[in-house]
Design a protein around this ligand. Sequence first.
Ligand code: HEC
Ligand code: HEC
Ligand code: HEC
Length: 389
Amino acid sequence: MNSNENYVPYAAVAAGLSVAILVLFQVYLVREPARISADEARNQKAAVDTGQTLFANNCVTCHGEKGEGSDIAPSLNNKEFLSKTDDDTIFSIVSSGVPNTRMPAWNQSHGGPMTDEDVRNLVAFIRSWQANAPDVTVTVRPGDANQGAAIFNGTCIVCHGPEGKGTDRAPALNDPAKLQQFNDSWYRQVIMDGRPAQGMPTWGTVLSPEQINDVLALFDLWRSRTVTQTALLTSTPALQSTPSATTVVATATAAPPSTSAGTVTATEQVARPSNAGGPGAALSLTGDLSAGAQVYTSNCQTCHGHEGKGGVTNPGSSDGTIPPLNPIDDTIANKDTKVFAYNVDLFVEHGSTPDGPNPQQSMPAWGDDKKLTPQQIADVIAYIISLNK
Ligand code: HEC
Ligand code: HEC
Ligand code: HEC
């Protein structure tokens, strides 16, 4: 080592470099946030674009081209909905669907076709409407006790018991005195928030506001319960044992036709669709077998299999498969052709959502949605009956 070595030039270069690095770093610091937010904007734009395509391919049939809604499904492109619903809630509704309605589950986590990322992109697209969303007043349809009973029997019955009588897992809900004490908004809040620590789940992210209204309408029925209603509820075994098989009022209003073979009473265990409604015009027409076979092949076979033999899976439903129609369930078949036709007609007219957490396939409402004429329904009923001869 040479003790006379002059370090000054090195020190100067080092100092110069440090300054340069510091300056560059400052420049970087100043520009970095801009760069990050430009990236974010680009990612956001990509998410919205992808979401738009997913929406166009999967959602417009029900929610409309621009999310304006239709007679099938509510508008999503509206200020009210977007301002009171956060991203997590939309994510959860789209993922799980809304049980017992026509809103399907979309996320693979719930047996649907989409990934988490697909659903996030859809949420980004729906959110992108907010800035210019029209101020439409959402017409919330009034609660329907029939639907409420279907929801209750599909979702709440495991803990609160048949007719809300309570079980060892959860308290009774059908005590008229307690129901008198608290009003709808109290119940709505409890149902939405749940009491997770006490074992009552949070339903606000699972059930739609309309579905909660339906449940409240059922509670209202319990609240104002009369002797007849009590008798009706307790004389309906199907309501207690097979959750979505029947609903309170449908059983009361849609008694099957009485026949010379004997009267079919409402208490007989008959499978009924989850959707309410009475018998259709088809029952007064004569069905044609070969026309019925064609109606079947074009409309029913994809779900019920070749000649009604079944075998089509239905993830998310309790059965796991779409029911065969050949042989058809004992609770639908009947020696008396009129009764048999009546039982089948209710399903074909009004459709039905099977029991289970998130059934992927539901039975469409061929009559209510005017997808088949009464004559076509009469024909396909004749065909189904012939398969079971
Ligand atoms: C077969 C018809 C149908 C299709 C297809 C459909 N939906 Fe729905 N959707 C509905 C119905 C019906 C409801 C209302 C359910 C109820 O009664 O609460 C609904 C409700 C919703 C809601 C909640 C709205 C609210 O006001 O609470 C969101 C969000 C939604 N759908 C998003 C979507 C997205 C995203 C898609 C496409 C991936 C989609 N839906 C496809 C029928 C459909
Ligand atoms: C997993 C079990 C479980 C399910 C499913 C469930 N609950 Fe509950 N629920 C409970 C428990 C436990 C409590 C009592 C909580 C407490 O101790 O405060 C409760 C309390 C309630 C209360 C408050 C009763 C009161 O008098 O304080 C209402 C209302 C209620 N549930 C409605 C519903 C509805 C509607 C559904 C279906 C959408 C449902 N619950 C589904 C477990 C359940
Ligand atoms: C998109 C699939 C799909 C199509 C298409 C379809 N169904 Fe269904 N069908 C179902 C499902 C799912 C059920 C079960 C409903 C339930 O359990 O509540 C069902 C139930 C039924 C039932 C009651 C059977 C039982 O054991 O519960 C009858 C009857 C029926 N369908 C007839 C028809 C006829 C007739 C057609 C054609 C006009 C048809 N279905 C088309 C899905 C479909």
